[in-house]
Write a protein that binds this ligand. Structure first.
Ligand code: BGC
Length: 783
């Protein structure tokens, strides 16, 4: 379908209006041509919708790294279908996901939001994700194009990267999703080799659009367009958000003065109309209407069940001396702050409000026949948690008259959009009954003015100043006050906030009097010693893993390492559950009975954990990223630009490609992960473009195996020692065999040269196995 008839009905000003947001999340409607508002929304693990508040919850899936850890493309496709269903429910046409940047270093602040260190795995998982979303009639927007692999100075950093490295590593997943038919791409904040990505004519206009034939729309990352002509000519189609910004009247003047050809604007508008047509936002005389532009499916994906299945399939078992799955266990010591308050998602624009969160404590307590004894052990949180239990948020006008009243499940008030008009103040109230007498600490985290009262008495009255609006909304500073309370006597706690801006975002936090750190650890060890098995959940905090900044350490925050050591010394049957989005150092790994990574597991965390610990489900994950012993050992530890530039000096040697040429070994290699059965690799047969592998389940229960195929040039030639060329997931019952044929793409044998892609001829070993280090069979192919 060409859109010239519609285009011809629009004047220049209207066409340009269509290329900038009408607001934070949408493009303007043009009823005269049957075009509805085109609504966009984050993000990778769930669909937030236009409003960021708990009134309209979203299913929260496991983090993208967890999705990649399944290595299961059908499952990822189903996740995409669910996200499309959620998007349609919320009136969203364009999902701002998935994130295709690579795990260049574990310090990357959005590591949890990216799939893998490997471009092939990233590209395949991303393609399945895009196919799933778009099969539901919703556009996917793979992001951030390109080389946005860390967060330090993310708006300005200039990534210096050789063309070959860009092509083989960082562009490769984008190329794959364009081939899969992505309807959108988001350009990044950063520069590449001296040009900011929203103006990058060579990479956006050239490689993405002309060379790869991408016919979708390129939307800027939010506020990333900083120029009129250069961005319009560079290939960006839509500048978000709006209204305002550097296009509008300025772009119109540039066209009228001949600095930007009108044909460029027409091309941009055609792409938006095509997107509208694809997502059902265009009602033309031909009668396309509603969501899905004909793709709409009426299937009903069960989000809760899928979130639970995905989580279990992503959980990656790194160590197991046989303790798992748990059998004959009557008492479980469950230890750790994150066992009661699960960390289910990473911080930043990927956050959504789920309807419920099942913590490990909830999940394990729901098991019949098992007694769970909880101990905090160590509390790494630097901000106090909200009080749980019903709270009321009242929106008030200038005369203190209530405009609206909301009941919340806890004392976190976060509202972006959907606020009443004439709003002058917001007041959050709850009633708290202490379990223990003593000094209770209350806090408010937010930006602006806050007055806190406890039992009618003002205990805190402060103005908190924050310059960055994103920080003000997502992770504002906290102020604390200590108040003596008596056990069993309920008190009303209230926070009043004059809501001057278009958002309300503050948390009333609390902590009861607690034991000193040493005693908390000792108490946890005593609990562990008295139980059949100990499960310690360790985690990072929102201050550690979040969009907007990089990490500076891979240590677990607080006293969690000491806690694990003490618990493991008290009970040899200690299972450590690592609830983090990306690698952490685990100095105790060899002194515990099992280590299970749960990533950021999404809303059904605790039920999935119980499924895996007790063996109802097998942990299905395999590492999509190599796990170091220590940060200092990693091939790349550099995310800080020097004089604005961040050179990718390591070339293609990130992740296992870098570890393979290092003298140091990681803790666990890319691809590693144990199940609850064992596998024998029986036979391999390699042809020029495919390899067939037979494996047998030699254990006693049904299992799934991720068969990984690596290519290794026989004669070292400056390329990495080996790289992933394909993979497949097989299933078999005890004693049964499974056969799979994995396609070897031509690209796997190619390298980028000045003359384009070139196949490197010679002899290659085709290696199959359970990780890039645990290779079981090999065959030769000649190219
Ligand atoms: C993030 C994007 C996100 C956008 C809109 C930006 O800060 O980098 O990933 O889609 O905000 O929320």
């Amino acid at each position: 379908m060409d859109f010239d008839d519609l285009l011809a009905r629009l004047d220049l000003g209207t066409k340009i209006r269509l290329l900038t947001g009408a607001d934070l999340w949408s493009l303007p409607a043009l009823p005269e041509i049957g075009l509805a508002r085109l609504v966009m929304s984050d993000g990778p693990i769930g669909v937030r919708g236009e409003q960021w508040n708990p009134q309209d919850p979203s299913v929260a899936l496991p983090s993208p790294t967890a999705l990649a850890a399944t290595w299961d493309l059908d499952l990822v496709r189903r996740a995409g279908r669910l996200l499309a269903q959620e998007a349609r429910r919320k009136g969203v046409h364009v999902l701002l996901a998935p994130t295709l940047n690579l795990h260049r270093t574990p310090l990357g602040g959005r590591h949890f939001e990216c799939f893998s260190e490997d471009p092939l795995l990233t590209g395949e998982v991303a393609a399945a994700y895009v196919e799933g979303v778009q099969a539901g009639g919703v556009a996917a927007t793979p992001k951030h194009f390109v080389a946005n692999d860390s967060e330090t100075d993310r708006f300005t950093v200039d990534v210096r990267v050789a063309e070959r490295v860009l092509r083989e590593m960082y562009l490769a997943p984008f190329e794959r999703v364009v081939r899969a038919g992505a309807w959108g791409v988001m350009s990044a904040y950063n520069s590449v080799n001296g040009t900011t990505m929203t103006e990058h004519a060579e990479l956006v206009g050239g490689v993405l659009k002309r060379e790869w034939g991408f016919d979708g729309f390129v939307v800027s990352d939010w506020t990333a367009v900083r120029s009129t002509e250069a961005a319009a000519l560079g290939g960006t189609d839509v500048a978000m958000p709006g209204p305002g910004g550097p296009w509008g009247a300025k772009l119109e003047a540039a066209v009228r003065e001949g600095r930007v050809p009108e044909a460029v604007v027409d091309d941009r508008v055609r792409r938006v109309l095509r997107l509208a047509h694809r997502t059902g936002a265009l009602t033309t005389a031909r009668g396309d209407a509603g969501f899905g532009g004909g793709h709409r499916t009426d299937e009903d994906v069960d989000g809760v069940a899928l979130a639970r299945e995905l989580a279990a399939r992503s959980f990656t078992l790194l160590e197991n001396d046989g303790v798992l799955p748990l059998t004959g266990v009557r008492t479980v010591a469950l230890i750790g702050a994150a066992a009661a308050q699960a960390r289910v998602m990473g911080g930043g624009s990927a956050q959504v409000f789920p309807e419920r969160v099942v913590s490990p404590l909830d999940g394990l307590r729901a098991r019949d026949g098992v007694e769970v004894r909880y101990a905090l052990g160590a509390d790494p949180r630097v901000r106090l948690d909200p009080l749980t239990g019903p709270a009321t948020l009242v929106f008030l006008d200038a005369d203190d008259r209530p405009l609206k009243r909301e009941t919340l499940p806890g004392t976190q008030a976060r509202w972006l959009g959907g606020l009443p008009e004439r709003l002058a103040a917001a007041e959050l109230r709850t009633v708290y009954t202490p379990d223990v007498s003593g000094e209770h600490v209350f806090s408010v985290a937010g930006a602006g003015a806050y007055t806190m009262t406890v039992a009618g008495r003002v205990v805190l009255d402060e103005v908190i100043t924050v310059a960055d609006p994103a920080i003000a909304f997502l992770s504002p500073p906290e102020r604390r006050v200590s108040v003596p309370l008596e056990a069993g006597v309920p008190v009303e706690v209230a926070v009043r906030h004059p809501a001057a801006s278009g958002m309300v975002s503050f948390t009333l936090g609390h902590t009861a009097p607690s034991l000193p750190a040493e005693e908390l650890i000792a108490e946890a060890a005593r609990t562990a010693a008295a139980c059949d098995v100990a499960v310690v959940v360790v985690a990072t905090t929102p201050e550690v893993e979040c969009e907007g900044f990089d990490r500076d350490s891979l240590r677990l925050p607080g006293r969690q390492d000491d806690l694990v050591e003490a618990v493991a010394a008290a009970n040899p049957r200690t299972v450590v559950v690592v609830n983090t989005g990306s690698p952490v150092e685990m100095p105790w790994a060899e002194r515990v009975a099992a280590v299970l990574l749960t990533w950021f597991p999404g809303q059904e965390a605790g039920d999935a954990l119980a499924d895996v610990l007790f063996g109802a489900a097998e942990p299905g994950g395999r590492l999509p990223t190599t796990w170091p012993v220590r940060l200092a050992d990693c091939p790349v530890v550099d995310t800080a630009p020097v004089e604005g530039a961040l050179p990718y000096e390591e070339g293609v040697f990130i992740g296992y490609r870098g570890w393979e040429r290092s003298a140091l070994a990681p803790a666990y290699w890319f691809g590693h992960g144990l199940g609850y059965t064992s596998w024998r690799y029986d036979a391999i047969e390699a042809g020029p473009s495919a390899v067939t592998v037979m494996v047998t389940n030699t254990g006693t229960r049904h299992g799934r195996e991720v068969v990984q195929v690596y290519l290794a040039p026989q004669v070292p030639d400056g390329r990495p020692a080996r790289w992933l060329a394909g993979f497949d997931v097989v299933e078999a019952g005890p004693g049964e065999s499974a056969v799979t044929t994995v396609f070897l793409p031509e690209r796997a044998f190619q390298t980028w040269t000045e003359a384009g892609w070139r196949t490197v001829t010679g002899t290659y070993a085709v290696e199959v196995g359970r990780s890039c280090a645990d290779r079981r069979l090999s065959a030769s192919v000649v190219r």
